[in-house]
Design a binder for this molecule. Structure first.
Ligand code: PMP
Length: 358
């Protein structure tokens, strides 16, 4: 069985050279005489891995020295609670509601304080990024929260909100896909299973002054200070996932880093959008200016044809093209590891399908 092109939103496809390298080291890592899976998280061999992973991520993203990088468990969803628990002082925050993940973050923050939803795109099934009116921002918000890339609906912020409160973002489905200025953010978090590696590790990049003020009720494990003081080694971290992340960071560096992969990502996205904009059968569902370069939702207008497309694409080795279970239609997730050939194969298949279903 050959490998397929996997358009899954996450866990998503991994770079083949990374899988091959991991396979070659699976049973015996370097001179350790054992797999990374079998190592103590306090061993020198593993400490070298986690330190190198952090160093590479800092280099790739240009993370300033006054930020901590944490490798945590609990997924991006755990951050929905950790952010308010750690950042609430006035117990008030501004949120932009751009989809299901933002909504879940809002519900969680409401357990610990007041949430001001400054804008929402719910009225049009989150198919755009709402304009932000500064007059609606809270004067005393502890932070301002956005989901930079919306995995399910395929939107992304192309401009950052102008806010005095620390900017917090869930960048699970966009991290390392394009260049950003980390210093504009107070906190960035991302689940690994799209652009970083396998599921199991969540990266948190946090400005140091935001650490150490957690609410009294914060459990030890959910306090950024615990994790920062012990360099993500307070307890056993997801060692193998961190090792895989390190391999992905090395691969990305070898490609030429984030600017190089951004260029490829823009080309890949332009191939799909270019086709969608000229198709008589397929239609993108997001307003042009807010389109994601990672997740591309589209429809034919007929549920029956959508199903047929997904099934026939699967038979042709293009898998996981179904839209999120709550929105239907199709979605192509084309994260960093998706090769240009995979996107080309998808567009060729869409052309063929359109011709056969005129
Ligand atoms: N935020 C975003 C933007 C996501 O895409 C996802 C998962 N697809 C999550 C949060 C939830 O991540 P996790 O399953 O790691 O909790």
């Amino acid at each position: 069985m050959e490998r397929v092109y996997n358009f899954s939103p996450g866990p998503a496809c991994m770079p083949l050279p990374v899988l091959e390298k991991a396979a070659s080291e699976l049973v015996n890592y370097g001179t350790a005489g054992m797999s990374v899976m079998e190592m103590s998280h306090r061993s020198k061999a593993f400490l070298d891995i986690i330190q190198e992973a952090e160093k590479l991520l800092r280099e790739l993203m240009g993370i300033p020295g006054n930020y901590k990088v944490l490798f945590l468990q609990g997924g991006a969803s755990m951050q929905f609670a950790m952010v308010p628990l750690n950042l609430f002082k006035n117990k008030k925050a501004d949120y932009v509601k751009t989809g299901q993940w933002a909504s879940k973050a809002i519900s969680e923050a409401k357990k610990f304080g007041t949430v001001n939803v400054v804008a929402s795109s719910e009225d049009k099934i989150y198919s755009y990024i709402p304009d932000l009116d500064k007059n609606k921002f809270s004067k005393d918000a502890d932070y301002f929260y956005i989901t930079l890339n919306n995995t399910i609906y395929g939107t992304r912020f192309t401009e950052l909100p102008q806010t005095d409160a620390p900017l917090v973002t869930d960048w699970s489905s966009g991290i390392l896909s394009e260049v950003i200025d980390v210093s504009k953010f107070g906190l960035i978090f991302a689940g690994a299973q799209k652009n970083i590696g396998p599921a199991g590790v969540t990266v948190v990049i946090i400005r140091e002054d935001l650490i150490g003020h957690a609410l009294d009720i914060t459990p030890t494990m959910l306090n950024y200070k615990t994790q920062a003081d012990d360099e993500s080694l307070y307890n056993t971290p997801p060692t193998y996932a961190i090792y895989m992340a390190k391999l992905v960071f090395e691969w990305l560096k070898g490609l030429g880093g984030v600017p190089a992969v951004q260029k490829i990502n823009e080309e890949k996205a332009a191939m799909v959008y270019g086709f969608l904009d000229n198709s008589k059968l397929f239609k993108g569902t997001v307003v042009t200016k807010d389109r994601s370069i990672m997740n591309i939702p589209f429809v034919t207008g007929s549920e029956e044809l959508d199903k047929k497309f997904i099934n026939e694409a699967k038979a042709a080795g293009l898998v996981n093209l179904g839209g999120h279970r709550t929105v239907g239609g199709m979605r192509a997730s084309i994260y960093n590891p998706m090769p240009v050939e995979g996107v080309k194969a998808l567009v060729d298949f869409m052309k063929k399908f359109e011709f056969e279903n005129k």
